[in-house]
Design a protein around this ligand. Structure first.
Ligand code: KG4
Ligand code: ZN
Length: 340
């Protein structure tokens, strides 16, 4: 098989999105995501419901990805899938499906680490998007993850900082829940923050050593603050919602930027890449851009559909592993706590 003409089908099912993508030599031909709306009613992902929805969605999503790519299954060279980390019940659906398909087609099976995929999403071939040079720092921020990773090559990555409790997306979503906003609240907080005063209210930043993060204390501080203010003025939230959102967002961005600055200083690396759903946040994007002027950084943000959970990012890792001959055995198992 020549490495010049490689078609990969990738499957992602680690959390609440069922996704499939087809890649040809590093370029995306199709990228399908079925988001599970069912969790909105519960204010967060319900694992049992997520795995059931994956079970329902996986066949139509894969069929759609092949159709949009105009590819027959017989043209595929390998099946890549998310092995972990994630919710076990969700991972099992994608893992079992990928194994069966690779076995049936008699083509290589390639397991992919979801966190590595968020980072290597920067290497999907796209016009108008520059790729970070090695070494670079990658900050992965989403509803499930908050990490700073030193990336020395495609397959040499070191986690140098991560959250010790909640992920940053949870800080947005749980704050939103306290304010009575829908789930996920990140985009709504972002929208309202643009209309409010970021310095209206002050929330203490957590003190965590080194490059690690903590967000659970912030959530509690916001809860107590809101309870106190609402006691004095039952309309406090409605009348000050934009200022509250702006202040929460300002605090969260401050926490992220402090650690990123420290990571850059400690490693001497000024190429900074971000990924994960929270990288859609307009305030974070602005703060990164200002880092370009202030600290001489070059920053990298992938195309939006490659930052939230998707299978295109699984496909690029699958492709890079395929070129190296890094295949998986049929005995490979999903791993909820898979490390980088
Ligand atoms: O990567 P993602 O789609 O799924 C995982 O959690 O893995 O990220 C979803 C998270 C949610 O917590 C959501 O509130 C947050 O990303 N999010 C945002 C914004 N857009 C999405 N947070 C802040 N500002 C946004 N604009
Ligand atoms: Zn993710």
């Amino acid at each position: 098989m020549t490495s010049q003409n490689v078609y990969i089908l990738a499957i992602e099912s680690s959390c609440d999105d069922t996704a499939a993508a087809v890649m040809h030599n590093g370029k995306i031909l199709s990228n399908i995501v079925a988001s599970q709306k069912i969790h909105e009613d519960y204010g967060g992902v319900v694992p049992e419901l997520a795995s059931r929805a994956h079970q329902q969605n996986i066949v139509p999503v894969v069929a759609q990805a092949l159709k949009e790519a105009q590819i027959e299954m017989s043209q595929l060279h390998a099946i890549a899938f998310t092995r972990g980390p994630g919710l076990m019940g969700s991972l099992l659906v994608g893992t079992s499906f990928a194994k069966s398909l690779a076995y049936g087609l008699d083509i290589p099976l390639i397991d992919v680490n979801h966190m590595q995929a968020h980072i290597l999403a920067h290497f999907i071939e796209e016009d108008d998007f520059k790729k970070p040079p090695f070494p670079f720092l990658a900050m992965t921020i989403s509803g499930g993850h908050t990490q700073i990773v030193k990336v020395t090559s495609y397959f040499d990555m070191e986690v140098i900082g991560e959250t010790i409790d909640d992920a940053v997306g949870e800080a947005f979503d749980k704050s939103g829940k306290i304010l009575g906003l829908g789930y996920p609240a990140g985009p709504e907080i972002d929208k309202r923050a643009k209309l409010g005063n970021p310095k209206a209210y002050t929330f203490t930043k957590p003190r965590v050593d080194g490059l690690n993060f903590s967000f659970s204390g912030l959530k509690t501080a916001i809860l107590y603050f809101i309870q106190k203010e609402v006691k004095a003025n039952p309309n406090f939230i409605e009348t000050h919602l934009n200022d509250i959102c702006a202040s929460i967002q300002y605090t969260i961005i401050g926490i992220l930027m402090d650690k990123l600055k420290l990571a850059s200083k400690q490693t001497g690396i000024k190429h900074i890449a971000i990924g994960g759903g929270v990288s859609a946040n307009s305030g974070i994007r602005e703060a990164l851009k200002s880092g370009e002027q202030k600290f001489g950084w070059t920053t990298y943000i992938p195309k939006f559909e490659y930052t939230t959970d998707n299978a295109a990012m699984i496909a690029i890792v699958g492709y890079l592993k395929y070129l190296e001959g890094h295949y998986s055995d049929q005995s490979v198992m999903a791993s909820a706590r898979l490390k980088l």
